[in-house]
Ligand binder design. Structure first.
Ligand code: NA7
Length: 549
């Protein structure tokens, strides 16, 4: 029986400590695979601490209407097990949230992972003990754990960003953030719904909410591009083709910069005539999905090239949306295409042709406050609402890490170490925090990729690293400050070679959260290049890391 009476939130204080070889925070895509690797391949004793009551991470929490992955289902899965690939069949081109959650539950059962996961265990604090060469971890409920290795697998988009709009507390209706959606769902029947946010989430949710609600008002701050997803059930022929071509698909996913199962065309926008270009865009629009971004190699690096795609999409928006005033607001996009995360949709722009959908342009009339009856904008209009949906995104990449009180050597807190923004080596380690590995952390390709690809790479790299240390009796690994400096410089160089950092209001830069330091967080140098760098670092005896003890 644990003594939790005196030990709440005090990692390393007196009390019962459960010892393991490794601790993992999070049982989503990355935590599950990290557990499997460390337990079944290295034979370590491992405990996963998961805040939710089930596996799934992002897909456990994001149950909003229309929640669906933008990666195609045959690539949004683990590839480490041929049997798993053979036995699991996706039903649609893009997997919906319930199906992904079923998949992750299947993985947890198939590989008997649940027995090493503590559910309902939200980590409050973690402290490195230099004398013991162990991490001490405490949950909010006061459970205490210790292990030489700590791996955070907390995802990139799990800390909800709920804007601090005056009056929310007085709102007489109900409100929800899409990333904390009630499991029992929300009944929109007969309701007037206001949705704030037009990122990937809002663009997925609006068409579904509009069909269920009496009225939907979309509050748009920044107009966004979106490409039709063209979702559809997978045909038996395609499923058969997949099973015969896994190896080739995996090869492509490992060779492309963003881990998708299609290559980026090796041609410039300016290699073709305007008519040919239009035909290429048209075909990509018809095919649908993120492949639109792969039509030319220079869309993300050359503004003039990007302008051609941007203008094509704006013209499509004006064509689809019948009301010219709404079309003008929706097509008034102020940033290059795909320089913010490009959404894909199912009838998003078409939704504005419905009689029960209105659009508020927050650039012209910002939100002033929330009243008991609805949302008041600065022009004095009060939009009467029964439900407010915040599709306002996340404190991405760092929020969920900094929510825990992580302290490394000499009591240094991660919050303090990252005061000016996150600084990592390979996205995997932080100077001053020995034996702490961060999966899909800032400085790694993460959100610029089809996530399972970097997730498998990270988990395997960390596993090999721990195996290397244990085989040599090395107790401790820590990124050197010089390696961190060099990596941060390289991450900045990689970002600056693209159009990505040119969008001042992007969450890639942390700009969506007031007070968050503006640092371009993901590594834009491409997954294939990143993998090669990580392999090289390992081959050179973990260059850039101090090994000892
Ligand atoms: P995003 O992409 O961060 O989008 C959030 C949206 O909410 C975006 O349109 C924001 O406008 C808007 N927003 C945020 N705060 C406010 C306030 N205070 N007022 C008005 N509008 C606001 O989050 P998503 O959940 O859509 O997508 C996250 C990722 O999940 C996505 O990229 C995929 O990787 C999956 P802004 O653009 O900041 O002006």
């Amino acid at each position: 029986m644990l003594d939790t009476t005196t030990t709440r939130h005090q990692a390393g204080g007196p009390g019962v400590v459960q010892g393991f070889d490794a601790l993992i925070v999070g049982a989503g895509f990355s935590g599950l695979y990290q557990l499997l690797c460390l337990r079944d391949r290295l034979g370590l004793s491992v405990r996963v601490l998961e805040a939710a009551e089930g596996v799934g991470g992002t897909w456990y929490w994001n149950r909003y209407p229309g929640a669906r992955c933008d990666s195609e289902s045959h690539s949004y899965c683990y590839t480490f097990s041929r049997e798993l690939l053979e036995e699991w069949e996706w039903s649609e081109r893009y997997p919906g949230q319930p199906e992904i959650l079923r998949y992750l539950n299947h993985v947890a059962d198939r590989f008997d992972l649940r027995r090493d996961i503590s559910f309902g265990a939200r980590v409050a604090a973690a402290r490195w003990d230099e004398a013991e060469r162990r991490w001490h971890v405490a949950t909010e409920a006061g459970e205490r754990f210790a292990a030489p290795f700590l791996v955070t697998a907390v995802g990139c988009l799990s800390s909800a960003n709920i804007p601090d709009i005056p009056g929310l507390g007085e709102f007489a209706g109900r409100w929800y953030h899409t990333g904390q959606w009630p499991h029992e769902g929300v009944d929109f029947t007969g309701k007037r719904v206001g949705m704030i946010g037009t990122g990937s989430t809002g663009i997925q949710a609006a068409p579904v909410i509009a069909k269920a609600a009496a009225h939907l008002t979309v509050f748009q701050r920044t107009a966004n591009y979106s490409i039709p997803a063209r979702n559809a059930p997978l045909t038996p022929e395609f499923k058969r083709w997949l099973k015969e071509n896994y190896a080739e698909l995996r090869r492509i996913m490992h060779a492309t910069p963003n881990g998708h199962p299609f290559p980026i065309a090796d041609r410039s926008v300016f290699d073709v005539t305007p008519e040919e270009r239009e035909a290429i865009y048209e075909a990509a629009w018809e095919k649908g999905g993120l492949q639109f971004r792969a039509t030319f190699r220079d869309l993300l690096v050359d503004k003039a090239a990007n302008d051609t795609a941007a203008e094509f999409i704006r013209a499509k928006i004006r064509e689809v949306v019948k009301d010219p005033a709404k079309a003008a607001v929706l097509a008034d996009i102020d940033h290059p295409f795909a320089a913010k995360r490009p959404p894909i949709d199912t009838e998003y722009f078409e939704t504005f042709n419905r009689d029960n959908v209105s659009l508020v342009n927050l650039r012209a009339t910002p939100i002033e406050c929330i009243t008991p009856r609805g949302i008041r904008t600065r022009d004095g209009a009060e939009h009467a609402l029964d439900i407010i949906v915040f599709a306002t995104g996340f404190d991405a990449m760092t929020g969920q890490l900094l929510r825990m009180d992580i302290r490394g050597r000499d009591g240094l807190s991660l919050r303090e170490a990252w005061r000016e923004g996150p600084r990592t080596y390979l996205g995997l380690q932080v100077a001053g925090f020995p034996n702490l590995f961060i999966l899909t952390g800032p400085g790694s390709p993460s959100v610029l990729c089809n996530m399972p690809v970097p997730i498998e790479q990270h988990a395997e790299w960390v596993t090999d690293c721990i195996a290397h240390l244990r085989a040599r009796g090395i107790a401790r690994i820590e990124a050197t400050p010089e390696a961190v400096d060099r990596w941060v410089e390289h991450v900045n160089e990689a970002a600056n070679a693209t159009l990505l950092p040119t969008v001042p209001h992007s969450w890639y830069l942390g700009a969506n959260v007031p007070g968050k330091p503006r640092v371009f967080m993901p590594y834009a140098g491409g997954m294939a290049r990143y993998r090669a760098i990580c392999d090289e670092v390992a081959a050179r005896g973990y260059e850039g890391f101090a090994l000892g003890g």
